[in-house]
Design a binder for this molecule. Sequence first.
Ligand code: NAP
Length: 553
Amino acid sequence: MAASVQEQAGASETGIDACDVVVVGAGFGGLYALHKLRENGLSVRGLEAAPDVGGTWYWNRYPGARCDVPSLFYSYSWSPELRREWRWTNRYAGQDEILRYAQFAADRLDLRRLIQFDTRVVSATFDERSERWIVETDHGGRLTARFVIMATGGLSVPNTPDIPGVADFKGEIFHTARWPQEPVNFEGKRVGVIGTGSSGIQAIPMIAQAAKQLIVFQRTPNFSVPARNRPLTDEDHRSFDEGLEAYLASLEQSDFGRVPPTAFAAEVPPRDVQWKHYEKLWQEGGSGGFLKAFPNILVHPGVNDVAADFVRQKIRETVKDPKTAAALSPEGYPFGVKRLCVDTDYFDTYNRANVELVNLREEPIEWIAAAGVDTAKRSFDLDALVFATGFDAVTGALLAVDIRGRDGATLKDAWSEGPQTYLGLTVAGFPNLFTITGPGSPSVIGNVITNCEYHVDWITECVTHMRRHGLATIEPDEEAQVAWGRHVAEVADRTLFPKANSWYLGVNIPGKPRVFMPYIGEGYRTTCKEIVADNYRGFTFGVSADRERAAAE
Ligand code: NAP
């Protein structure tokens, strides 16, 4: 039986709670970190702002919230037991089922006793004398730890645009990423939704079914493909089990390889061949097939254009009103380089009599009044307003904590021109601080659960290595970090990703530096492994001050 929070965290000389590792966040990354590090004999403590586990799946409970990665894959890959004991019901799991899975994992692994809920970390300061982090919470709590793991998630700080007048609105206001616990009833109501990213595209068809009237305020149309969600069959489960070994092996080799070595390396198939393939993928549903349809789809403008044309054609075929269809058709940026949305009946929803699309390119929102939204041309009276306006992604939750490393330097200052990390895991000047799915790693691209797992495994191996060799601190060298940052940017620049104003680049947040944050190169895991095998190339380890003193005496 594992020790409780109190048993795990001993009292230090200073009287402050002390443990080996503080894990901030109890989403999938944080839960696995707590489990794995405890298994390896470390005393661990979890701090979580929400009242429960689940991270982004705790908060994003808006109608229609569903994962766009197939549920059989959006699960912990490391545990045969959990796999055996949990059975997904749908091809794409809804938020409630994913949250239940996180709760099940936390209970099954006996993790709750390690976590202090309803507790937000406000600061983490590296004390150079003791070589320990001092972590402070919004309850005034303080604890010290040798290591801090920021498992705070890439999509956890909601972005609410500062639209003038919003405080005057007399109706109800919601944000998809802070949806209330209790059911929201839109029946008989006039509802406005601002935002048409993945969250808006999932919520809009559901709200349209419930509300008397739905007004969608769209600034930028998005590419979206059908989910074709359906219940999983015994055959689906059997075929997943049969392919499991190969799937696990594929994760080990390379988790993400969308970028061929040269932009035009792969051949360009004839347009009709591409079209036919897209038609097949459209009928199958899901985004994964599209993003890998051709090796150069996210690199070669000619190949990418065909995919974009294909989706625009589908929109025209689906949406009856040509003006609405045109407004819903993404133009001017490539296909798939903003997160490709996956929907159920999204475009068809605009054929409903109670739904209207307002194209903010033609009539921007000027004001939110007590009664509703005023655009440059019209006033819309509303009973409720839903912000589906996304997140301060990837760096938002890290910078929300006042993190101070050597010489009192703040992470905020260190990242004032954009995040700098080594492997998306560590930051120069911030010893023993690890970021799970941090900027400069695959992060929010692909399957975030397996991205989290890999980081936890890497950190555990590193911490175990340090304990074995009596090492007190690890931090990346400035040069290694700069070289990695350059590589992350170079890889992105070989693709079409920087050609869209996406949250991957931080452009959705006013004042945020325009830096492509995820690493989209091939063989990330192989690189990380090679660095470890090369005696942690690019890292410097520190021997504990006590040992140094002992050696000198
Ligand atoms: P998002 O993709 O950033 O979309 C935000 C939307 O709000 C955009 O349409 C944006 O328009 C609009 N917006 C922002 N500020 C605005 C303003 N001042 N006035 C008018 N419109 C404004 O956010 P999201 O939809 O929450 O999705 C974020 C990410 O979360 C996704 O890309 C995905 O990775 C993840 N997610 C996944 C799923 C899933 O698994 N299916 C579901 C939901 C979310 P502009 O584009 O013009 O800025």
